[in-house]
Design a protein around this ligand. Sequence first.
Ligand code: FDA
Length: 452
Amino acid sequence: MRDITRDVVVVGAGVAGTTAANELRRAGLSVAVLEARDRVGGRLRTDTIEGAMLEIGGQWVSPHQDALLQVIADLGLETLSGHDDGDSVYVGRTGESSRFTGGALPVAESTRAEMVAITARLEELAASIDPAAPWDAAHAVGLDEISFQQWLRAQTDDREASDAIALSVAGSMLGKPAHTFSLLQALHAAASAGGFGNLAVAGARSARRVAGGMQQVPLLLAERLGEDVLLEQPVHELRWDADGVSAVAESVTVHARWAVLAYAPVLHERITFVPPLPRHQQQLHQHLSMGSVLKVHAVYSCPFWREDGLSGTAVSPYEVVHEAYDDTRPGEAHGTLVGFVSDVRADALLHLDANHRRERVLASLARYFGDRALSPVVYHESDWGAAEWTRGAYAASFDLGGLHRYGADLRTPVGPVHFASSDLAGEGFQHVDGAIRTGRDAAATIIERARS
Ligand code: FDA
């Protein structure tokens, strides 16, 4: 066991941790970053599977995510637009598929009118929420007492209208069924992304990808830190008092004045805190849970859907794969579809063996794109719920009533211990953008304390 001393120990070499460490370094503080895995990037991982470059974790950056866009530019990385020429496909409640263009789903006129009216109400409510402090909103308690599903169903008897709107937050963002989180949590998710209009299919259309893969962002940030990033060092004990911390990892202990814990909050229980974190934090962390999403890639010898005038974008609250996109990169001869299976659909799928899972996923893609979708040359599922150092996707959110009760202390430091990660973000909540913002905020607070 080696002992080293730094001004700050950062636990976690994801985007939040590597951002915080770079900011601290820039301010003249010494850092060590301890990472449990044998690689940098956490929920960002770009890999080549059977010859196809795939984004296993996060990949898209939206126009409003300016913290991430600034870092991408600063690192000299380029972004790529998605392929969105042609018709999108929607599968409705009766199981029939239909084509559409633009943002409005091809539902019955009455359903569309209901969706427009409800979305306008939601946009108005979301506009009244400060993403950094949703608990301060007028009527925050009332908004946090009702589930998103209950609220939607109280607005309309049209089940397809409520199912489609629920999907944009439940399946597409939080990875949880809409009865498990509150209206306030849904409004926060939307407000943190610049409004409901930026969620789901509409949001994905305007998003870009990073040339070379999104994992380049934390990899290049870590490169700047050189040997101060230590891999395969899961921290299992954190001793702390008013004067500092000692983070005990696999083969190194870092003694520091401050710590930044930069990982999903569901992982705090992997660390023995001496003394324990205060009662309030221990309760708070129990009210946060990760969503559940399977991200699937199917690679074909060519992007065959384009021949049929399809864009590769598909959505349905009633399909196993609730969303799919063309994920082919410019210059690639083969064609790649990426799809998402979320919450209870993911639960059901994960009860099946690998062959049956694959069959179900491909059959769902075939309902959108035709039978050629049944025969990919490469098929890959990523299940972050099984990843020991993540435990779900895309990130953590509060259970019903938790946001107004505990949210204000999500990012409050405890003595020398500071917290960062996309799960705790205001703007950019659950996204790479939010991880960068919380990493910067934690570093700024420590820098201020170091100077006072
Ligand atoms: P992250 O989890 O990345 O990093 C934490 C690090 O801490 C990990 O490397 C972990 O190993 C380490 N760690 C944990 N406990 C430790 C311990 N005790 N000791 C040492 N190390 C420890 N976002 C987006 O903007 N656009 C997108 O398209 C998507 N899509 C998407 C798809 C999928 C499948 C996933 C899973 C996620 C996304 N996201 C996304 C979300 C985005 O990837 C995510 O919000 C950020 O990458 C999180 O970065 P953090 O640094 O906060 O945590």
